[in-house]
Design a protein around this ligand. Structure first.
Ligand SMILES: [Zn+2]
Length: 67
């Protein structure tokens, strides 16, 4: 890892469609969940309560409001 905070991180939260672990992806000042297999995107809010360690660490590095 270099100077920049990562733009995405793999979580252990499965995609509701295909079961592939979702990625948490940051884009500008917001973030969302994305499936690397079926390319579906999901609102972060739906997954905040299920956040795992990887996701929490990622979000700690993001400048977003955690609702
Ligand atoms: Zn999927």
């Amino acid at each position: 890892m270099g100077f920049f905070a990562p733009r995405e991180a793999k979580t252990t939260i499965p995609c509701p469609k295909c079961g592939e672990p979702l990625l948490v992806v940051r884009r500008c000042r917001s973030a969302h969940m994305a499936c690397p297999r079926c390319r579906k995107e999901y609102p972060l809010e739906d997954y905040i309560q299920k956040a795992d360690k990887a996701m929490e660490d990622f979000l700690d590095n993001c400048y977003i409001d955690r609702l």
